[in-house]
Design a protein around this ligand. Structure first.
Ligand code: ZN
Length: 220
């Protein structure tokens, strides 16, 4: 090989090394972007609270839905609200355990929420920092599904709704405290989609009373 060829081979090697390095930089950038937007580009993800088996003495049972459930999209998000609902099911026996069983059985395939509680216990269905389908507002920016923890209060005829309201206030206060939120971050399902929910609280004009229970629970 004469000198000319040696130069050409060296130049080609330099070009190949440069191309490989450039490809590596592009790949690293793509991986970084994918990891930043893997939560759907929805901003910061709120880190989860530590696990607990009770809230203010009310037993909390974790019965998380499988990650391949259509009701659990697995989208991580920032927590901005606690969204209050009522199950709308007045049947005797339609308590928190029954709703947990219903969701574990697949529910209606599309609706989901984070907690159901009754007059004596709380069931959790989806981790706090994952999207669930309860607010009827799709994935609207700053919406109830995207940023809310959905809490369902049972209205079963054989339950004590006054106690359920108290327990709901305790769980709400606990979640607000865990995630550095205040009473101003408590919402009704109604606020996001206009649905008449939580129905009995709304129709009895007891929303302010519920918020007062939350404030007292937070102060305790
Ligand atoms: Zn609702």
């Amino acid at each position: 090989m004469n000198r000319y060829w040696v130069m050409r081979v060296r130049r080609r090697r330099v070009m190949i090394v440069t191309a490989v390095a450039a490809a590596a930089v592009v790949l690293a950038a793509v991986i970084l972007l994918v990891s930043v937007f893997s939560n759907g580009g929805q901003g910061t993800v709120t880190p989860l609270r530590s696990p607990t088996d009770q809230v203010a003495g009310i037993p909390l049972y974790e019965s998380l839905l499988p990650t391949d459930s259509g009701c659990r999209p697995g989208t991580l998000r920032q927590i901005k609200y606690v969204v209050i609902h009522e199950t709308g099911n007045p049947a005797a026996g339609a308590d928190a355990a029954a709703h947990s069983e219903y969701l574990q059985g697949g529910g209606d395939g599309t609706t989901s929420w984070h907690y159901t509680l009754d007059d004596h216990c709380i069931y959790q269905h989806i981790p706090d920092n994952e999207v669930a389908w309860h607010a009827g507002d799709r994935l609207e920016q700053d919406g109830g599904n995207l940023n809310g923890i959905g809490v369902e209060l049972c209205v079963n005829a054989d339950g004590n709704f006054e106690q359920t309201m108290q327990n709901g206030a305790q769980l709400t206060a606990y979640l607000l405290r865990q995630y550095g939120l205040g009473v101003e971050n408590v919402r009704q399902h109604y606020d996001f989609s206009g649905k008449n929910c939580p129905q009995t609280i709304r129709e009895a004009g007891r929303w302010q009373e519920f918020l007062q229970l939350v404030r007292s629970a937070m102060a305790a």
